[in-house]
Write a protein that binds this ligand. Structure first.
Ligand code: ATP
Ligand code: MG
Length: 294
């Protein structure tokens, strides 16, 4: 065993006559709670893994128009966040900035601690980790349902044809679309297209799923099925950020709600608080207009 020289010992006046401090003793001393400041604040950024998503002062300009204005937030791993707000408030732009489809004009976005940049390696990191389901499906019209789900797995994740096909079948079964494998998107209903879009995102086994009004283009009957599917996803350990005004989903699956207005993240909080006791009059007005109150 080696003698461990501890700085607080070496300053001791009777150092020469002090009994030796052996490794085990030293470890016991250093491990003792009074020697360690384990407060969350002290450990932040040192021992804790980075959050799944972090936005720091994100601003986005489209010409003279500011679509996002100084937005900052963190989303933890496994957390489910719902974004609400009026049309044009910046919800889709926010999601597009998180998955690198738009680059912020100011501030920064970090996914799993990696800062987004217009760089092929960073964007690859992002594509491997973040799946997105768009407001308007965005399926490839020239490919069948099956090929739509296989393609990104092959290109982005480099999966072999057999593995990608097997995973495509599994995920399409999960969204009840096995019957439509050989169809093209144009021959599917809105709800069916959306289920394929969800399968395509899930087949990538993403850590983060971004959903942009997954039921916007779907009739009310299909909305329920899709939201149940999204709820299944949110129940797992994936991090989910969903733009949706579906109350059932919010109540059952969301951890927090963010309210956007004019590009700003005006208010955030638990589902219960935001829906029932919002601080800001704008949030209150929006919720009552949108009839989100029960
Ligand atoms: N590429 C673009 N070029 C110019 N303006 C844009 C662009 N994309 C979005 N905008 C504008 O930015 C604002 C925010 O758009 P965004 O799509 O984020 O709104 P949203 O909250 O998702 O609205 P909705 O509920 O209607 O989907 C809108 O006024 C929109 O017109
Ligand atoms: Mg939108």
């Amino acid at each position: 065993m080696e003698l461990i020289a501890l700085p607080f010992r070496s300053r001791s006046a009777d150092f020469e006559h002090a009994p030796p401090v052996w490794e085990d003793d030293a470890l016991a001393i250093v491990d003792a709670p009074e020697f360690l400041d384990t407060s969350r604040e002290n450990l932040e950024g040192v021992h804790e893994p980075p959050p799944a998503i972090e936005c720091r002062n994100v601003t986005k300009w489209f010409g003279e128009f500011r679509a996002l204005d100084d937005v900052s937030f963190r989303v933890d791993h496994g957390e489910v966040v719902v974004i609400i707000g009026r049309s044009g408030s910046g919800k889709s732009t926010m999601l597009r900035c998180i998955n690198g489809l738009e680059m912020p004009s100011g501030g920064e976005v970090l996914v799993d601690g990696v800062r987004l940049a217009n760089d092929q390696y960073v964007l690859r990191h992002l594509r491997e980790r973040v799946g997105m389901v768009f407001q308007s499906f965005n399926l490839f019209p020239q490919y069948t349902v099956e090929a739509n789900v296989v393609l990104a797995q092959r290109i982005v994740l480099g999966r072999g044809p057999q593995e990608a096909a097997a995973i495509a079948l599994q995920t399409l079964e999960r969204v009840d679309m096995l019957r439509h494998l050989r169809k093209y998107p144009a021959n599917l209903s809105g709800g069916e297209q959306q289920r394929v879009a969800i399968a395509r995102a899930l087949a990538m086994n993403p850590e983060v799923v971004l959903l942009d009004e997954p039921t916007a283009s779907v009739d009310p009957e299909l909305t329920k099925g899709i939201m149940e599917l999204v709820r299944d996803i949110a129940d797992g350990d994936m991090t989910v950020v969903a733009v949706t005004h579906e109350m059932g989903f919010m109540r059952a699956a969301a951890d927090r709600v963010f309210f956007f207005e004019d590009g700003r993240l005006l208010e955030r909080g638990s589902v219960d608080r935001i829906l029932n006791a919002p601080d800001h009059p704008s949030t209150r007005r929006f919720i009552s207009d949108a009839r989100l109150l029960e």
